[in-house]
Design a protein around this ligand. Sequence first.
Ligand code: MN
Length: 728
Amino acid sequence: MLNGQYKKKLDDLLNACRKNLKTVNEDLITRAFKISLEAHKHDLRASGEPYFHHPFEVAMIVAKEIPLDDISVASALLHDVVEDTEFDLKDIREEFGDSVAEIVDGATKITDIFRSHEVTQAESYRKLLLSMVDDIRVMLIKFADRLHNMRTLEYLPADKQLRLAKETLEIYAPFAHRFGLAQIKWELEDLSFKFLHREEYDHIARQLKSRRREREHYLRKFLAPIEKRLKEEGLVYEVEGRPKHLFSIYNKMVKRNKPLDEIYDLFAVRFVLETKDNNDCFIVYGVISEIYKPLPERFKDYISLPKKNGYQSLHTTVVGPEGKLVEIQIRTRLMHEVAEKGVAAHWMYKENKSSLDKEFESWVNWVREIFEQRSEDAPSELMESFKLNLYQDEIYIFTPKGDLKILPRNSTPVDFAFEIHSNVGSHCIGAKVNGRIVPLNSLLRSGDQVEIITSKNQTPNHDWDKFVVTHKAKSHIRKWIKDELRKKAEQGKELWEKKLKREKVHLNDDDLVKFLHTTLKVENLQTFYLGLMDQKLDLDAIIEQVTVRAKHPAAEGGKESEEPRSMFRKFLNTAREITSGISILGSSDAFLHQYAKCCNPIPGDEIVGFVTIGEGIKIHRKDCKNVISMRMAESERLVDVGWPPVTGADFIAAVRVSGKDRPGMLSDVTHAISTYQNTNIRSVNIDSRGSMFEGQIILFVKNTEHLARVLEKIKRVEGILDVERFFG
Ligand code: MN
């Protein structure tokens, strides 16, 4: 049961709701009232009064000064319950449903943000707020909350007063203006002004007070002839000797650098007409203009051309008695309601045009329609949901220093890191969000405070590209990956070229690319080089394949060290395959043997075997210089070996030729070979080097004498400088 004091409060609130709201769920408000009272029962405000007075007053402001609906009033009663008491959001949701719970949750989050950060970028803060609330009623409650806190600011310590006043002036007052809450905006400004510039505030307030009588007297004199005429016209109206707001007077004094006396429009009068006919406003204007001389340049018709936030009025300034200027506003009751309380406002200042303004504008128009239909029966579902859905594509993230960064939705700590600086992004290894370590691919939310942990050894990770969303992060990561690949490919190229050099293979890029396409099915050089580095491609195997078609390099000096070894190796293998191995004289048993690399014997050569340890018998040519030294030192290890007799088969021999290059040279050489006893050529490889050529010819011969004759024939071809058998 409520005691008398609280019963009266509840009645006051319900009465305010009944008076200002279209429909009132009295049970809802009563329950919210009781739960708030219960939840806050142990708490006191800075003023020493029970804490519950605060949510109650906030609810009163919502009901009386920005009336929207009963959900807002109930939420206002509960707005500090989650933040300050043992009740949690789940309790609210169970008791009052999703709408109230979400509004309370939104209001709580905003409280948290302001508790932990000092406002430095006002405009970003306003957007941050909008990005965090998706129900307009959250903002209305925050305005009411702030208004009541400002009204009771005197009880707080001085530093807190200054902080809250500054925040209010920079964030809430301009925000309220954009929402069209003119009355609240002025009060927030004047209260902030009072705490931020106490002396100036007191001075202006004193002056206005001391001249009040004088001013009232003057206004009566000014209004008398007008009121007489308006009564004759049968118009019903209310006239206000509109007090100028202290903060706007102060601003004018500062802006125009004039003392208070000279701010001429301190006399201001407003006529609010109880009529639905806008033309009545022009009648009033006509009446006044007949009595006092108007200043044409000060006439503004915001009725025919409303301001973008829906504001309508006629403005004029006339010369009153004693030559004093009087500012006049003329509007209907409906226009007055919209101007003072309408949530209909326009987001846009001229310097702030973003595509989202359009969205806001259409939303505002929709809200305005609801407000204007208030007298009629607007469908209740329209009142149900005041979805904001503004700036939902952006999130606002705090740096550890409290700066705000704007990022697209779904941004991650890596996006944030690159937003700060590309160096921070490139070296980030971890992130703390609101003090807790999180994975780098976590999604950030508006209001998060993010600290990036970097390490100079860290580099961008290929996986980052899969989850970052900002252009900045993507382009940096991709550029880095590209650079890395390029560097790696360069290393691969080096590896390849070293190998070519070692193998004495000459191969230009065009031929290499052709080879890659046709044989390896590798599309380009970079992929090839990377494949070598990743060992996806086998360098040795490729060299083997390539050398079959490789050209011989220029043979300056023409010594054996510059021969294409792989090709020669092939030749040796082929040559040796023709015979069926090696036999030890006097034995028909097969035995383990190897051909010595120093002299590369082929069938037909006179050979000798050298018994090695572990590698079987090494076969040398008899005239090999190593054999000669072996005969001196280890003659007991030499064994006589021979090629098995070959019936009808030719031996194979490799010949190197060089000479002056000329047209027809190749055909002359092959002609010389093939015409001598039908000698068969197995392959010819000619490499042209400027005016010289160099080639290898592999052919079949019956014996070494046959070969010697063929060499003689080749030697006689015009332009041939050198012919010799080669052994590798
Ligand atoms: Mn509060």
